[in-house]
Every structure is written in structure tokens, then in C-alpha cells.
Design a protein around this ligand. Structure first.
Ligand code: E4P
Length: 222
């Protein structure tokens, strides 16, 4: 399973990229709004920061409600990256979003259909030519449903029917989500930087490092 960072914060994106574990970036209108910057400028900045990743998702804004409006925004967004391959247009899971997805997919533009909460929505997105589908685990858990189970089922569906859309497990809140979606067959988990930090740590790693340091100091001092 690959890891994307779910953030529009350049400091966090830089830190994760430097570690060398990133295959992509996802953003959404809430993440960009939190930064208080112009949407297109931030997308351009992110694209420059992470030249070697497979995908940077830029989501059409909530003002774009019809397929035509989404396509018009997508065309502006792909110009930012000079038609490079790593920009991915993120579209909402609506009938208009699917129509825009099919149009862009037919033009060879990568797409990510977001806000997926059922297996049927994932099936529709895959059939509309989505490169990525994004089921939101944490938000399902928030309403007492099992987010990971949704990923399990979508992975099974895509296997049975040979659908090539990649599953991005999104709305990932903690390390256990990461392990469970990896084992469920998600192709990607998109996670905040805090989760990347958390999954790098274990108390026994820290204890081990402290012991190595103490033993080393003793031996050097004699
Ligand atoms: C994914 O593409 C979304 O940006 C994201 O994972 C949403 O997560 P949240 O439910 O924590 O806002």
C-alpha cells in the first residue's frame, strides 16, 4: 500500500516528502481554506514541492456544481501544472461529478472521486473511469458504521470484476486504520502528517534507543 499525505500545509508536505515515503498528496476545500491562501496558488506550490510523486489531487471547488463547471475548473487546474502527469482532478461523488470524471478520463486526465460512503458509489466511480476512488473511513466510524469494512468490500468488488480504479483509503484518523486498510487491500492510504509521525513510533524503539545511548556513553567513558 502506498502512502499519500492528506494536507494543504506546505510545512507538513515538505516534512513527509523529505522522509521519502510519499507517493502523493490529497487536498480538499476544507484543507485549503484552513491555510487562508488562494487555492490555485497553493496547488501550484504543492506541485513544485513534490515533483516525484504519482499524484497531487486538486479538488474542484464547491462553486462548481454542474459537470460543465467542474470540467471548466479542471481545465484551469491542469494548466497550472503545464499538463504534467501528476495533477489529479478530485471530483465529488454526484452524477455531475461522474459525468465530469468520464469526460476527463477519456482525455487521459487522472481523476479521484471523493466522498464515497458505499460500495455502489465506488462501483459507479470506477465505471466512470476514475483513476482513484476515495472511501472516507473516519467519517463512517463517526456515525457508528465500520469504515474499514467498506474498504474490505470495495477491494473485493474491484478484484471480482477486474476494475482498475485504485482505492485511496481517506479520512484516516489513527495508526490502526492504516494497518487495517493495508491488510484489506487498499492501494493507498491518505493520511495527515500526524499519522505518519505516529506510525513511525513505538515505545520499545524509544526505549531501545535510550539503552543504546546509555550503554555507548558508559563504554566511551570507560
Ligand atoms: C481525502 O481525500 C480527504 O481529504 C480526507 O481524508 C478527509 O478526511 P477527514 O474526514 O478527516 O476530514
Amino acid at each position: 500500500m502506498k502512502l499519500f499525505i492528506d494536507s494543504a500545509n506546505v510545512v507538513d508536505i515538505k516534512k513527509a516528502y523529505r522522509v521519502g515515503v510519499l507517493s502523493g498528496v490529497t487536498t480538499n476545500p476544507s484543507l485549503v481554506a484552513k491555510e487562508g491562501v488562494k487555492f490555485e496558488d497553493r496547488i501550484e506550490e504543492i506541485l513544485k514541492l513534490v515533483p516525484k510523486v504519482e499524484s497531487v489531487s486538486a479538488e474542484v471547488t464547491p462553486d462548481a456544481e454542474t459537470a460543465e463547471e467542474m470540467i471548466a475548473q479542471a481545465e484551469e487546474l491542469i494548466k497550472i501544472n503545464n499538463y504534467d502527469k501528476n495533477i489529479t482532478i478530485k471530483l465529488p461523488m454526484t452524477l455531475d461529478g461522474l459525468e465530469a470524471c468520464r469526460y476527463l478520463a477519456d482525455k487521459g486526465i487522472k481523476t479521484n472521486v471523493t466522498l464515497i460512503f458505499t460500495v455502489n458509489q465506488a462501483l459507479l466511480a470506477a465505471r466512470a473511469g476514475a483513476t482513484y476512488v476515495s472511501p472516507f473511513l473516519g467519517r463512517l466510524d463517526d456515525i457508528s458504521e465500520d469504515g474499514v469494512q467498506l474498504v474490505v468490500k470495495i477491494a473485493e468488488l474491484f478484484r471480482i470484476h477486474n476494475l482498475d480504479a485504485q482505492i485511496i483509503a481517506a479520512s484516516v484518523r489513527h495508526p490502526d486504520h492504516v494497518t487495517r486498510v493495508a491488510m484489506a487491500g487498499a492501494h493507498i492510504a491518505t493520511v495527515p502528517f500526524s499519522v505518519i509521525e505516529q506510525i513511525s513510533k513505538h515505545p520499545l524503539t524509544d526505549q531501545g534507543l535510550d539503552k543504546f545511548a546509555a550503554d555507548w556513553k558508559k563504554a566511551v567513558k570507560g
